[in-house]
Structure formats: structure tokens, C-alpha cells
Design a protein around this ligand. Sequence first.
Ligand SMILES: [Mn+2]
Length: 408
Amino acid sequence: MEEFLHSEFFDWVEKAADLIRTYEGDRITVVHHNDADGICSAALLSKICDYLGFKSEFICIEKVYPAIVERIHRDRDGMIIYTDLAGLAAEMIDRVNAGKSRVLIIDHHPAKDIESDTVHVLDPELAGISGDIFVSASSLNYIFFRVLAEKEAMDYAYIAVLGSVGDYHDRSGGVLGFDRFALSEAIERDQVKVRFEGVREKYFVTKFGEYADEIAMRLTTLGAVGYEKRGYRFGIKACFEGFDDATMKMVSELGELKEKKFKEMIERLKDGELIQEKYTQWFHVGNFFSPMGVKTVGEFCQLVKDMSFVNDSKYLIGFQDKPKFIPDLGEIEWECVKMSGRTPPLLERRVLRGEMPGLDYLVPKASEAVGGFADATHKIAAATIIDKDKEEEFIKAFEKLVDEYEGG
Ligand SMILES: [Mn+2]
């Protein structure tokens, strides 16, 4: 395992560690994602701040939008750490920050490095290491912690394992690379035991008396389904103290709430709320999914795309209002909606054969047509953000694009 620690990447981690070591302020703001990996990253960073004697504030967000970054940097200075997000947003953050705060981005998503005196990016992708396979944000924060305080960090190696499993880095049968390095240290310290289920490794977390995947799923429920209720706060606490009765109750209530809302929404779609166009079928949930975050409409599309009431050969598109209220920040001045797209099975085969255009082509183009920006697009699944009241215009642009593709 030592070779990891002597790699070029380790020098990058050292440089990032210097930024926090030489920081002269007394408080650090941590901005983190709301899934299990983001929650585990925040948990590790909270210990780093404690260890170094900094006061810390935590802000949980679903995505890095300029309006959110503006609010964060308007009201705060000192040091701001973004984690499990923002790898691609360094430029925008640097522009908004305008030299005010010391910013460190600790992410494992695709990233773009920038030349800046105040904004720094620590991301394995920049060193040619896949952050989707070998390093979760939690493992990265663990390694960061380890460089700052090796002994103290090792008490929390299991948290890196929870984050890695939360991001499904065990999908090939077990975690790999830097994730595995964190796992090996958790095993050495009896925090985790590896068991086998067929050819798959399962990570039993001794402190919790259960498996990492169950714990991670619970953390994601708290952060994503319970986003507007600040469920992630309970998640961070649970990383250290386990799940108390109140937190377990919250998890099961959130699970039931999601199931109930999804069932009702399916009925509404069957009752005529699924609008049929030539190539698309679409619906708008408004704020019906509140308090669940805007990732929910994507999860809902994923669930219903295979159901029999959905037309097998048309694109499925759902919209969800983006709430103005960000739990840790208050009201943000924006009026926008999240759009999620999926391809039902028959259409999916046509898209993959190249007979129909993919969502990675249609969604960015249709977004542009209404002045929006798409940032997460794949052939058969995509998401974007557009201004409110542009939904019908978006659908029109989308239809036109498919028409042109069919014609040409
Ligand atoms: Mn992650």
C-alpha cells in the first residue's frame, strides 16, 4: 500500500494540506454534497477541523449553482472547502470569490484545474486517476486527514469505506485503489470485517454491527429524501455515534413518505397528467415531492420508465420545481426547475443502436434553446436546469430536434 503514499498524487495531497496548515483564520466553512459520500466527507472534515482547532460551519447543497456560491461567498470569508462536488466549478467559484476567501475543492468527479492564488483543486482526476472507480470523496478526505494527523485519522478509516460503498465503488466485487487503501486500514483497526456473498465482498462495520451498504443507503435517505429537513445533519452525527432511535425513525418515515408520494404521482400520471407529444411524454410534479431534493424526479423517472402505462417508444421527461429555500442558506433568488429525462426500454434500444438521438445530444441542445445549461447527460439518462415557465418551450425545442434528426 505504501506505493500509493509515494505517488505523485500524494504530493498534491501534501500541497492541499499546506493550505489548511498555513491558514491563519479561526473558522472553516465546509460545503458538501447531500448523498452518503458527501455526508461521510463532511464527517471526516469535521474531525479535521476539530483536530486543527478550527470552528466549522457545514453547508449541504445538492449542486453547485452560481447563485448558491454567490450567497456563500457574500456572507463568509476565511477558508471555504467544497467537497464531493465543484470539481468542474473552480473557474466559476474563483470568479465569484474574487480573491476574498481561501478555497479548497476536494472532489473526485471530473475536474478542471485553474490558475488561481485563492482557489485550489484537489482531485484525483487531474492526476489521471479515475475518481469514479478508485477514489470516493470520502477516501480522498481520509487520505487528506491522514497527511495532517495520521494517528487521529486512522480512527475514522471506516467512514471512508461507508462513503466509497455509498458511491457504489464496490460494484465490481470490492472497492479498489485508494478506496481499498482506506479499507485495509479500517480492517487493520478492526473497524471493518470483509465477508463474502458469492464473489462479492461485503463490508461488515463492527461499530454499527451491520453492513456498509445498509448504512450508506440510510445516509443517502437522510441526505436526499430528507434534504429540506436537514436529514444530512443526523447522517453526519450517525457516522460517529451510530443511528439512535430518533434517527432510525426519521429514516423509516422518509422511506414511507417517498413510497407514498411516488404511488400518488403514478396514479396522477395514469389519470392524465402524463402529456403526450409526438416523440415525448412529460409531466410536472411542481413541489409535490417536497421535502425531497430535486434528485427525486430523476429517481421517479427511472422507476416508472419500465411501467406499462408509459409509452415504450417515447422519451420520458419530468420536471420538478427547485425550491427557493436552501436549508443552510435561506432563500435564494431564483425561479428554476429541474428536468430529468429517461428512455423507456424500446426507445433505449433504438438510441443505443443510433436510430434515435440520445439524451446527451437532445438535452443540452434543448436547454440551450431556452437559455439553460445541462451538466449531467448520458445517452439514456440526463438532467438539466431551466428557468421556470420555460418547460413547454423546452419540450417544443426537444421535439423539433428529434424531428430534424429523423428527417436528416
Ligand atoms: Mn461522491
